[in-house]
Design a protein around this ligand. Sequence first.
Ligand code: SPD
Length: 364
Amino acid sequence: MKTIKTLVLASTCAMASAGALAEKTLNVYNWSDYIAEDTLANFEAETGIKVTYDVFDSNDVLEAKLLSGKTGYDVVVPSSTFLARQIQAGVFLELDKSKLPNHKNLDPAMMAKLATLDPDNAHAVPYLWGTTGIGINVGKVAERLGEDMPTDTWDLVFKPEIAAKLADCGITMLDAWDELVPTALNYLGEDPKSTDTKLLDGKVKDLLNGVRPHIKYFHSSQYINDLANGDVCVSVGWSGDILQAVDRAAEAENGVEVAYIIPKEGAGLWFDMLAIPKDASNSDNAHAFLDFLMRKDVIAGVSNYVWYPNAIPSSKEMIDEEITSDPAIYPTPDVEKNLFTFPVYGPKFDRAGSRMWTALKSGK
Ligand code: SPD
């Protein structure tokens, strides 16, 4: 009898401590190169919550997990246009704002814009934002095009005769058709939000096929190191990632000078959002993490490290001036006039876009 009692007690204790353990964990799925080196350690030290952290570099990869209903994550970071359709698919928990005292720190103007995609901002809060432009190796591009050739233009990657001159030093593109298609449409003088499949399979496809032979690879994270090391010389990429390449090259003192360009024709503007999947097993901890990231000192630390602006205006005073004064990071009103947001694609255009992209990448 005594043995049975002891066993019951022991297993009750084991269950209780397993429960306590589960309560002290958090599984986060974020973009690669998108958090400061001390953010997670600081959160763990303050809260006692142990974070398991995985990374991705594609909205499509994250979306596939979300739509499967079994992500295994408590916090994920979709871009706002993907978030909008994922909300409709019912994959997120509604946020409990009583557990987010720092929600008041968010930029009201940005929240109003984001509410068009997430009514009442019910399911997500903005994390970081940026633009999709071009990173160049200043020296190698000048060697090939001449010192006087303007580099503030999408001609670098969309005009075959120019791309041909740059091909030997390596042109790369994000593996993200949902950004390259609107960017190509805008370059062609069309509405970047167009969902006309005739345009997609006509002018857009022709433009991209025209430069396809000059593209070294399509990838959405490898270009940071490759630009910094001088292994590629022109990358269509995300602002902060290219600025991280600028920084890595400068630190390496390897003679490579990288610059980020928002081309004069305009560039895509996007917002990445923090949300809690419905299958989250630690939703209280997820709220605690979101709230932590909305603290001005914490998010300023992230912006200082990854070179992306955030959604907490009061954090700006804690961000390096080198970052806040750079119009490629914090666009001035003049630059802003040329920025466009990406559309929320429905299933029909989504299929057509992925099909066109797969064919393009395989060189068909
Ligand atoms: N290395 C982090 C990059 C984050 C980019 N988010 C991109 C969203 C584009 N819609």
